[in-house]
Design a protein around this ligand. Structure first.
Ligand code: ADP
Ligand code: MG
Length: 243
């Protein structure tokens, strides 16, 4: 059962096709205030399309998206107040860390001094204190993703969407950063949708896990329950356990 009553975000019966090919079918789930919800599934299962629908970058064919009790699926993307963080092309190259983190704040017209303070605060949050003047291309992959996280959190999004944020990093670094990312999201208290194809990553990061297969939700629940009691051959195989 989806969380309905205390959901900050509620996605209701979303359908989406491209060229008559269904990509999302009957997608219904909720995210409670402050929860980290993992959207987990193999490549092509519709995870990014679902995020793009919630962000307003794609329009669902049917269904509704609710946020804080209001229907938001006709609200333009920038007016939704949501933040996005992607695996690739996350940062503006040949710009400083500070310019990158300040991006959303400039768009919102924050005064210069407030931007400076907010950037410093965000860099401290992600463990990059004093990195303001570094060129992002001189940073390691892990540091770049920290900057991307700082940038997406700086304007205080009402919902943060992360699409395979650690996907480009090797396993050891990913595991290390994952705990930190969860800690940062929890510290800030932001409600987050975390897309990944990696079941270990989804399990470690989320409070609620939504498993997608061929555009449908095959199972959702607290991660331990989904992992221990897969309800379908697909889920059992995906988690690599006998059922
Ligand atoms: P995932 O993020 O889980 O890998 P996607 O949401 O990117 O999955 O893609 C789901 C399916 O939708 C794939 O078959 C993909 O080819 C298709 N798809 C995604 N975007 C488009 C598009 N703009 N036009 C046509 N097909 C698309
Ligand atoms: Mg994707």
């Amino acid at each position: 059962m989806p969380i309905v009553d205390n959901s900050l975000l509620f996605v209701e019966n979303i359908y989406k096709s491209f060229d008559n090919q269904p990509v999302l079918r009957d997608i219904t789930f909720g995210a409670a205030q402050g929860a980290i919800v993992a959207l987990l599934g193999p490549s092509g299962s519709g995870k990014s399309t679902l995020l793009r629908c919630i962000a307003g970058l794609e329009h669902p064919d049917r269904g509704a998206i609710w946020f804080a009790g209001e229907r938001i699926d006709t609200v333009p993307p920038h007016a939704r107040g949501f933040g996005l963080m992607f695996q690739q092309y996350a940062l503006f190259p040949h710009r400083t860390v500070a310019e990158n983190v300040a991006f959303g704040l400039r768009m919102q017209g924050w005064p210069r001094e407030r931007i400076r303070r907010r950037v410093a605060e965000m860099l401290a949050l992600v463990g990059l204190e004093g990195y303001e003047d570094r060129d992002v291309l001189d940073l390691s992959g892990g540091e770049q993703q920290r900057v991307a996280l700082a940038r997406s959190l700086a304007p205080q999004p009402r919902l943060l969407m992360l699409d395979e944020p650690l996907g480009a990093l090797d396993r050891a670094l990913r595991d290390r950063l994952l705990d930190e990312v969860r800690g940062i999201l929890k510290h800030v208290g932001v409600t987050a949708l975390y897309v990944t194809h990696d079941q270990q990553e989804a399990f470690a990061v989320s409070d609620w896990l939504v498993l997608l297969h061929e555009g449908r939700i095959v199972q959702q629940g607290v991660p331990e329950a989904v992992y221990r009691r897969p309800n379908s051959p697909f889920a059992a195989q995906f988690f690599g356990v006998e059922n």
